[in-house]
Structure formats: structure tokens, C-alpha cells
Design a protein around this ligand. Structure first.
Ligand code: 37N
Length: 130
């Protein structure tokens, strides 16, 4: 009902705010757009579920996420994919993995500091009711 839509609207505002702040952070520039398949031709042979910050924003606008947990699962794909595709010890791989770990820690720190547990519980109850 209307109250539920008010809650989900507030969730989308919160998720857009997080995603936009991450996109503005220069450390995360490589994560702002899908990996360019022309530049990285074997990427889709290795990574089955690509994800990036611009796709997160599109998903939010398409009302894909009803809970923080659903958003986190896609946000985690961004750094997990980077660790999986760039496993080697050479400086380039190490550097993208360092940025991927910084993205993981930054998302978690924002959620821990800014998400109200009661609000997340209401979102989970809406998810269970649908
Ligand atoms: C993410 C990701 N996962 O695997 C890799 C590899 C990256 C990644 C993707 C990009 N952006 S891009 O796919 O458009 C591109 C790749 C190669 C040359 C020019 C552009 C940049 C970087 C970077 O380190 O700057 C890394």
C-alpha cells in the first residue's frame, strides 16, 4: 500500500546516494562503467555476471531492489569480479585488486554507518510479503 511505496522510495534515495558517492570517488573510476569488451575481449568468458556502478543506478531506477541485501549482492559483484578477473601478482592486477578491496570496505562502512536497522527490517518484511 502507500506506506510501503514510501519506504521503497526512501530506500531508492538511499541506494542512489551511496552509488553516486562511490561513482565520484576517483579510486573507483574503473568500476563506473561496464568493462569494455572491445578492450577486454575474453572478459565475458571469465566473468558470468558483469556489474558496475552505472548498472547499479539503472537497477535502482527500475525498482529492482526491495532490500539493502539485494543491492549489496549486486554491489559485491563489482569487486568480486575484479578480484576474479585480475588474480595475478603483476602490478596491474595488484592495483585493480587494491581498488576492488577499497570499494568493498567503503560500501560496507557506509551501510554500517548510515543504514537504520529498523528501516532495513521494514524493507525485508515488504520483500517477504510479496
Ligand atoms: C574493472 C575491471 N575489471 O577488469 C578490468 C581489466 C577492469 C578495468 C576496466 C577498465 N575500463 S575499460 O574496460 O573501459 C578499459 C580497459 C582497458 C583499456 C581501456 C579501458 C579500466 C581498468 C583500469 O584499471 O583502469 C580496469
Amino acid at each position: 500500500e502507500e506506506q510501503e511505496e514510501d519506504v521503497l522510495r526512501e530506500l531508492r534515495l538511499f541506494l542512489r546516494n551511496i552509488t553516486e558517492r562511490l561513482s565520484l570517488d576517483r579510486r573507483f573510476k574503473a568500476f563506473t562503467k561496464p568493462v569494455d569488451i572491445e578492450e577486454v575481449p575474453d572478459y565475458l568468458m571469465v566473468i558470468k555476471k558483469p556489474m558496475d556502478l552505472s548498472t547499479l543506478l539503472t537497477n535502482i531506477d527500475e525498482h529492482k531492489y526491495i532490500t539493502i541485501g539485494e543491492f549489496m549482492a549486486d554491489a559485491d559483484l563489482i569487486w568480486k569480479n575484479a578480484l576474479e578477473y585480475n588474480p595475478d601478482s603483476d602490478p596491474m592486477d595488484r592495483n585493480i585488486r587494491h581498488r576492488a578491496c577499497a570499494l568493498k570496505d567503503t560500501v560496507r562502512a557506509i551501510i554500517r554507518d548510515e543504514l537504520d536497522e529498523d528501516f532495513e527490517r521494514v524493507c525485508e518484511e515488504i520483500r517477504e510479503s510479496r
